[in-house]
Design a protein around this ligand. Structure first.
Ligand SMILES: [Zn+2]
Length: 334
């Protein structure tokens, strides 16, 4: 290599180093709120000794801790996994993780396809809500699945939506876009922040602009969290339409097709949507099978990469604030 070549090479190396460090600086480094976590019995059967527990509590908590996940929306099939997380107060505290417990509707795999026509599921939910957990009361219901959106009009879905609204719970629903309209129709507020004209709710007077803005950012009353925000590839324009129509709709982004493009950064239309609704989206792991636990760290790193490509305040809201505000989780000091 000639002297000129060497100088050029050094210059290139400098530029490359600068680009690399700029990219590293852009990775989101703040706390993460995992808004879609399962601790199912494939990961651990809590009343059986190993090998019924490939991912015992210390393992899953260590994965959260090393990934900078400081709060989790926890649910499991059956509810024993959530209860195990919610009961391990010392361990979760030591790992710096706040557990936000949700009631799962499923006792077993058969319930995935039957819950919406099985009235005993409402009893199960009521009994579990009444019990609460050592980490506090349950804060929501789900995740539930509707593979045929027509079942959103079944009696159990209607009852659960009404129950959630009455008790200020959130719902985590793996559904298509048509079901979002159907589920919201079962609530008195129809997915709105203020009551529709002519249907005032006794404890929800019309609000001023400032309080309405605060309510739109979350933290009071029912929220429908759309698991995956359209896992079947709902067009972004349709997602945007639903976000505009229902201020009480939130989007969780695991498994969302078309979300990321080159370099693991957001695709342009998703970037635009997240910038338009920075208070309405959250990230999640969806640890529905053990493989997701094995790659938990990589999943979270993937989120940190594209969050880092957003303005810092937007990254912070989607990575942490939106979930924290919704469930009143204090922001960790370190
Ligand atoms: Zn899930």
């Amino acid at each position: 290599m000639s002297a000129v070549g060497l100088i050029r090479f050094s210059g290139l190396a400098l530029v490359a180093g600068w680009v690399l460090s700029a990219a590293a600086q852009q990775t989101y480094t703040g706390p993460l709120f995992d808004a879609h976590l399962h601790y199912n019995d494939e990961a651990c059967v809590h009343d059986a000794p190993a090998p019924g527990c490939p991912h015992p509590l210390p393992d899953v908590l260590a994965r959260m801790q090393t990934s900078g996940v400081r709060a989790v929306l926890a649910n499991s099939r059956p509810n024993d996994g959530t209860r195990a997380l919610a009961t391990a107060r010392e361990q979760t505290h030591a790992a710096g993780v706040t557990v936000v417990p949700f009631v799962r509707l499923y006792r077993n795999r058969a319930d995935y396809n039957n819950w919406f026509r099985d009235g005993t599921i409402v009893d199960l939910v009521q009994a579990e809500l009444a019990k609460g957990t050592p980490a506090g009361p349950y804060r929501g219901l789900g995740e539930f699945h509707l593979y045929d959106s027509a079942n959103a009009n079944g009696p159990v879905a209607k009852q659960l939506m009404a129950l959630a609204e009455d008790k200020n719970l959130a719902i985590l629903a793996h559904v298509d876009d048509a079901a979002i309209d159907l589920l919201m129709a079962h609530t008195l507020l129809k997915g709105q922040i203020d009551p529709p004209p002519g249907r005032p709710k006794a404890d929800q007077p019309p609000r001023g602009a400032a309080t309405r803005a605060a309510a739109e950012r979350g933290g009071d009353g029912l929220r429908l969290i759309w698991a995956h925000t359209g896992i079947g590839g709902t067009p972004v324009a349709r997602v945007e339409q639903l976000m505009a129509r229902y201020p009480r709709l939130m989007g969780e982004l695991s498994y969302r097709p078309g979300l990321t493009c080159d370099g693991g950064q957001l695709c342009p239309e998703w970037r635009a949507l997240l910038l338009k609704y920075p208070d309405r989206f959250m990230i999640g792991s969806d640890t529905w099978i053990n493989q997701r636990w094995l790659y938990y760290g990589e999943l979270m790193q993937g989120y940190r990469t594209w969050l880092g490509g957003l303005p810092a305040d937007v990254a912070r809201r989607i990575g942490w604030d939106n979930g924290a505000r919704l469930f009143g989780v204090p922001t960790p000091k370190n």
